[in-house]
Design a protein around this ligand. Structure first.
Ligand code: MG
Ligand code: MG
Length: 258
């Protein structure tokens, strides 16, 4: 069932979304060669704590997971696509990092992700990240009243495939509200004009996950959480929490320009 949010609720979700935005901005600023993923998690924890927010990631244990998630960010490096557990790995020159973060504030959730490079960027990574952001922007642009879920999926998928990238199989965006994951699911590829009609008050997390090698497949690392590309190629992830309103899409996790 899809819960439509009131305008007041959307304003409250924006507050939660801005905590996530601040955390990601702080993490990106702190990231650099030699910085560990655990240190990045600590940076995000500080931002959430200072805002009086809690983490929907910390202790999260979906059916597939062998252990509760131990951190407030997912940090996925190079061939890790999503769900990387922050550990003592220290970032190296040329790494591609995807950071996903959530926050709960006032009973509402926000969810957002960014990918960036550390030190000297490989041109291929810059292109991959730019395309992932462009796919997210296309998805957001399609998130308007009168369209359907399939229009968002089609917009994202078209950008990805035109650039020759793979799209992580079986994963995509989702409704969000009081809980981080709600109906409906928002695939990263699909047919236009299909699926649930978009209505004022729907709030969606839109999140393309692109794979450089062009394949869509992945495997779970031995930790049971980290999902890596099958062929070892690098991946990027970008996500925003977006409210669909009569006035157009409202990005609740929008960040200050880097
Ligand atoms: Mg996320
Ligand atoms: Mg999400």
């Amino acid at each position: 069932m899809v819960e439509l949010k009131t305008d007041t609720s959307i304003d409250a979700m924006h507050e939660a979304g801005q905590v996530v935005a601040s955390a990601l901005t702080a993490v990106r600023k702190a990231a650099g060669v030699g910085v560990s993923l655990l240190e990045l998690d600590e940076v995000a924890r500080d931002v959430l704590r200072a805002a009086g927010a809690t983490s929907p990631f910390l202790g999260y244990r979906p059916s597939f997971a062998p252990t509760p998630f131990p951190a407030v960010i997912c940090a996925s490096v190079n061939d890790a696509i999503v769900h990387g557990i922050p550990d003592d790995y220290r970032l190296r020159d040329g790494d591609l990092v995807s950071v996903d973060c959530g926050a709960e504030l006032g009973g509402w959730a926000g969810d957002s992700a960014i990918s960036f490079t550390v030190g000297t960027a490989r041109p291929a990574d810059v292109r991959l990240i730019e395309t992932t952001e462009r796919a997210l922007a296309a998805g957001i642009e399609a998130a308007v009243v009168g369209n359907r879920i399939g229009d968002i999926a089609h917009a994202i998928g078209t950008v990805c495939r035109a650039a020759g990238y793979g799209i992580m199989d079986g994963f995509g965006g989702h409704g969000i509200g009081r809980r981080m994951h709600e109906d409906p699911s928002v695939p990263n590829e699909g047919r236009p004009g299909r699926g649930m009609p978009l209505r004022h008050g729907m709030v969606l997390a839109i999140e393309p996950m692109l794979i450089d090698g062009g394949t869509d497949t992945w495997y779970a690392a031995p930790d049971g959480w980290t999902l890596r590309t099958d062929d070892g190629s690098r991946a990027a992830h970008a996500e925003h929490t977006v409210a669909i309103t009569r006035a157009g899409p409202r990005v609740l996790t929008a960040r200050e320009p880097a």
